[in-house]
Design a protein around this ligand. Structure first.
Ligand SMILES: *Cc1c(COP(=O)(O)O)cnc(C)c1O
Length: 396
């Protein structure tokens, strides 16, 4: 619990606020009587051109270049700006919003020159492995896989990498990386260091303060928080990289929808409350699952005997609302998923509703057949436990 998130430095509110207040206040319009409290939802592809600036350009007048927005694939729209301001303020950098988490990942990866060595965790979000794997298959990159939990091996890989991709905790194995040590090793070697911060959120972990070049989020998960949108974010304090990411977003058309950005910001407002509920529930469920005879292993960094516990205490402000547990085999796991009635058998995570999934359905030979990933939402924990223990019994 050593990481103190950076105090608010921009926006319209008072500076130096607790991040729990920042999620509520950041990215709001100026306080003007009669104007809305929230950044309004603006549905527009096209904006009126600045014809005065256009005419002035012919006589070379100063200020002839228009700074106004013209088209919403190229220029930030009011809705994304509010979300980007808020996330940037929370993580101490400038945020760039994308149409999904994977679009954000792709934009970071696309900044690399041909032939780059990408060091990827052996366990990380499967889409990242597939994206970089496809690029490697056509000769664009080289890939090296490393174990985030094995710090010596990870530092070794970092020393060779052009891009050190980190994810912590990892999806779905819940491994925790020593982020300060690995970020430092990557930066020393001249690598771009990216941390996928989706599981921790800006409230629990601050990748830039821990030494990363960029922090990446699937805002589809906890930031949005209601399983009703796709959106991604990259945060960095490197101005040249921000410009490259914005250009990439415009040219690839990887822009978020205005409604999605509006909903993601609305979701952010309750992030602290939702995380409180999810973390408290995850902690109780992790303990009870660990003691259940049908459960072989639980991975949750909040358990004091979990391999990631001490690292999480040292570098994060909490343990999060996701856990993984293992039952006998894939069939038992599928029966459990078919038996739950309060928890939803569904992919994705980070919503107000708890979701469970057998993760060996996804690519990744390292994932045990009976591994279930549980994202704990905001339901009453005793209802969740009654549901899970009944489903465990039904699964046999
Ligand atoms: C879901 C997820 C992604 C991909 O995000 P999308 O919004 O689905 O494109 C990336 N990283 C992690 C850790 C995720 O859980």
């Amino acid at each position: 619990m050593t990481t103190t998130p950076k105090p608010a430095q921009s926006g319209n509110g008072p500076v130096g606020l607790d991040p729990r207040t920042t999620v509520v206040h950041a990215g709001r319009p100026d306080r003007v009587a009669g104007e809305p409290l929230n950044a309004p939802l603006v549905l527009a592809s096209t904006f009126h051109a600045d014809t005065a600036a256009g005419l002035a350009a012919h006589d070379g007048s100063p200020g002839a270049v228009s700074a106004s927005r013209i088209y919403s694939r190229n220029d930030s729209t009011p809705g994304w700006e509010a979300l980007e301001d808020a996330i940037g303020e929370l993580e101490g950098g400038e945020a760039v919003a994308f149409g999904s988490g994977m679009a954000a990942v792709a934009a970071v990866v696309d900044t690399l020159p041909v032939g780059s060595l990408v060091a990827l965790p052996s366990d990380c979000y499967h889409g990242v492995g597939e994206l970089v794997g496809d690029a490697a298959a056509v000769g664009r990159f080289r890939i090296e896989r490393y174990d985030v939990a094995d710090t010596a091996a990870a530092i070794d890989a970092a020393g060779r990498a052009d891009l050190l991709w980190l994810e912590s905790p990892t999806n779905p194995m819940m491994d925790v990386a020593d982020l300060p040590a690995l970020c430092a090793a990557g930066r020393t070697a001249g690598a771009l260091v990216a941390v996928d911060n989706t599981f921790a959120t800006p409230l629990l972990q601050q990748p830039l303060a821990l030494g990363a070049t960029v922090s990446v989020h699937s805002a589809t998960k906890f930031i949005g928080g209601h399983a009703d949108l796709l959106l991604g974010l990259v945060v960095t304090a490197d101005a040249a990289l921000t410009a490259a990411l914005r250009r990439r977003r415009a040219l690839a058309g990887a822009v978020p929808g205005a409604l999605e950005a509006f909903l993601a910001l609305r979701g952010l407002r309750t992030l602290a409350l939702r995380l409180d509920a999810g973390q408290a529930g995850a902690h109780i469920l992790a303990q009870r699952l660990r003691d259940h005879p049908a459960v072989r292993r639980v991975r949750y960094p909040g358990l004091s005997d979990d391999p990631g516990h001490r690292r999480t205490v040292a570098q994060a402000n909490g343990f999060g609302a996701v856990l993984a547990f293992e039952v006998a085999d894939a069939r038992t796991a599928d029966r459990l998923c078919a038996a739950v009635r309060v928890v939803s058998a569904a992919t994705s995570l980070g919503g107000v509703e708890s979701t469970i999934e057998r993760r060996s359905k996804m690519p990744g030979a390292h994932i045990p057949a009976g591994l279930l990933r549980l994202s704990v939402g905001c339901e009453a924990v005793e209802d969740l436990w009654a549901d899970l223990s009944r489903a465990l019994a039904a699964a046999g």
